[in-house]
Ligand binder design. Structure first.
Ligand SMILES: [Zn+2]
Ligand SMILES: [Zn+2]
Ligand SMILES: [Zn+2]
Length: 562
């Protein structure tokens, strides 16, 4: 079979369907998609609001609670414990499928009547201000967490302890302002590092200890800006540049950035792979056009996934097998067009279902089989109506797509999509998305100027939680919590000058985009070992061609660094 170039029905750009893809679509019994991978991802993650939080009453008890749903949401919203209790039944909201009416209009009726959980947390303790967090304790404003303890302000933080202000942090402890770091401890202001300890401002380093502002270093200790120093010189550095002064951090990161422009960079971050493309891929075989994948096989278009097997188009997912167009699968298989499906299989166009199989268009079910629009059927009836619906969806060219965007509970700017694919209000509206103008925040309530806060970490005290600060970027107000104050004090760090959203956005801006460019290795003969020829290797990389970094293929990079 030949690759086929199609025009995306959404953005009108060309995209290619590869011969292998047809095999996948055939196996999943769906037609090849009419919209491009980016637009498919955009619609999927429109359905996830990680961190736009509201205060609103529970529709059951009236008790005030933190919620991802605004008070104007059309459906009832229950507290987490109310939602999980057995004193209500999602099946009570079931309706019969009417073949004369569009399926998705009927599904919208289900979505708009069945109670929703205020945030999606499970097995958590003292994590009320976090969302999409599992098996965790004492976490504040963590969005997308798993097995965390005493972690605050972060997005995609897994198996970590005592860490603050991080983005994509794994198996780490006492880290601060880290992005894409793994297996590290007491690592601050670092990016793309693995197994680094007691270090500051590192980029792409491995097994380093007591290093400052280094790039591309392996197995080093007492290095500053890629040069060896004595223990005494290392100590003196902190006397000259105490971390409690913002200017010290700025200096370290500026020097590190200069090194990054001078030293060749690897085109791709990841390891233990065979035949992959994308970025941040580990332990994978035949995984393409994917980003932030911890392990996988024969999968494509996967974004932030722990384990993908024979799956295409996954976002923010744990373990998924034979899934397509799915958002947040945990230990599930054979799922299409659904989100938040846990320990389940054979699920279509459903949301928030647990320990289920054979569902079509259901919301909020647990331990159910053979249900359509939250109504119970026999196996035979289920198959018959399921085929009717699939035929209708095929006729409308909807079969195999994710849920239509009008079924999302969130406006574009409430959803995480606006961080991964940012749009202005005008652009979002022009593309048929909705926009929310009155997202709550406070301004003008500040009780103290930043300059009047204690500068010496020894003087930080719990009184600081009473103060209301003003973000120096967006002027919105923010507060400090006990745990973070103690963290800054213990680690001799300055207090943050910006609110959580601005800090988070800054980290997002430092990550490479989830896009690939076809480029050639920039290693030329003057550098070393190709004899009198430049390296001819070509690759896909998330470094855009107009970026200042010198980007090498993995082989040349290894020669240079090791
Ligand atoms: Zn498109
Ligand atoms: Zn701000
Ligand atoms: Zn090369």
């Amino acid at each position: 079979m030949q690759p086929e170039t199609k025009v995306c029905q959404s953005c009108k750009k060309d995209f290619v369907i590869e011969p292998d893809d047809f095999g996948f679509y055939e196996k999943m019994k769906v037609p090849a998609p009419e919209i491009c991978p980016q637009c498919r991802q955009q619609i999927r993650i429109l359905f996830r609001n990680f961190k736009t939080l509201y205060r609103r009453p529970s529709s059951k008890s009236g008790e005030m609670m933190v919620s991802v749903y605004s008070p104007e949401a059309p459906f009832p919203v229950y507290s987490v414990s109310e939602w999980w209790s057995d004193d209500w039944n999602a099946m009570d909201y079931g309706i019969s499928f009417d073949s004369q009416q569009p399926f998705f209009a009927q599904l919208l009726q289900i979505f708009n009547t069945v109670p929703h959980p205020t945030v999606m947390n499970s097995q958590t303790e003292n994590c009320e201000y976090s969302n999409q967090i599992n098996q965790s304790k004492n976490c504040y404003l963590i969005f997308g967490g798993l097995d965390d303890e005493d972690c605050d302000y972060g997005h995609i933080v897994w198996n970590s302890r005592d860490s603050i202000d991080n983005l994509y942090l794994f198996k780490s402890e006492s880290c601060y302002e880290c992005i894409d770091c793994l297996g590290s401890a007491k690592l601050f202001y670092s990016q793309e590092c693995e197994s680094c300890v007691d270090s500051i401002g590192l980029f792409d380093c491995r097994n380093c200890l007591n290093c400052i502002g280094c790039v591309g270093q392996v197995n080093k200790s007492y290095y500053i800006f890629n040069e060896p120093v004595t223990k005494e010189e290392y100590k003196e550095f902190f006397l000259k540049y105490p971390l409690s002064e913002k200017s010290s951090i700025d200096f370290i990161l500026k020097e590190q950035d200069a090194l990054r422009r001078k030293i060749p960079q690897r085109a791709f971050f990841g390891s233990h792979n065979n035949d992959v493309s994308g970025n941040h891929i580990y332990n994978a075989h035949n995984v393409h056009y994917s980003f932030d994948v911890k392990s996988g096989e024969n999968s494509k278009f996967c974004f932030t996934v722990r384990k993908a097997i024979d799956s295409y188009d996954l976002s923010f997912t744990g373990e998924a097998e034979e899934c397509y167009q799915a958002l947040t699968m945990l230990d599930s298989n054979k799922v299409i067009g659904s989100q938040q499906i846990v320990d389940s299989h054979d699920i279509y166009y459903s949301e928030n279902c647990f320990n289920c199989d054979n569902l079509f268009g259901c919301y909020g079910l647990r331990k159910k089989s053979y249900c359509i629009l939250n109504k119970q059927y026999s196996k035979e009836e289920y198959e018959k109506i399921k085929n009717q619906i699939i035929n209708q969806l095929k006729e409308n060219k909807e079969w195999g797509n994710f849920l239509p965007k009008n079924l999302s509970s969130f406006a574009y700017n409430e959803s995480i999509v606006n961080e991964y694919t940012p749009l202005s209000k005008e652009e979002a509206l022009a593309q048929g998305f909705t926009w929310k103008d009155n997202i709550p925040y406070t301004t003008g309530q500040g009780t103290i100027e930043y300059d009047n806060l204690p500068k010496n970490p020894e003087e930080y005290n719990d009184q600081l939680i009473e103060e209301i600060l003003t973000c120096d970027n967006c002027q919105k107000n923010y507060k400090l919590i006990n745990r973070e104050i103690n963290f800054y004090k213990r680690n001799k760090l300055s207090l943050p000058t910006q609110c959580f959203n601005c800090r988070h956005q800054h980290r997002m801006d430092l990550r490479l985009p989830r896009k690939l460019w076809h480029r050639k290795c920039m290693c030329d003969k003057k550098n070393h070992f190709h004899g009198d020829k430049s390296c001819e290797v070509e690759f896909e990389t998330s470094y855009a061609p107009d970026r200042p970094e010198i980007v090498y293929c993995e082989k040349c990079y290894q020669q240079e660094v090791y």
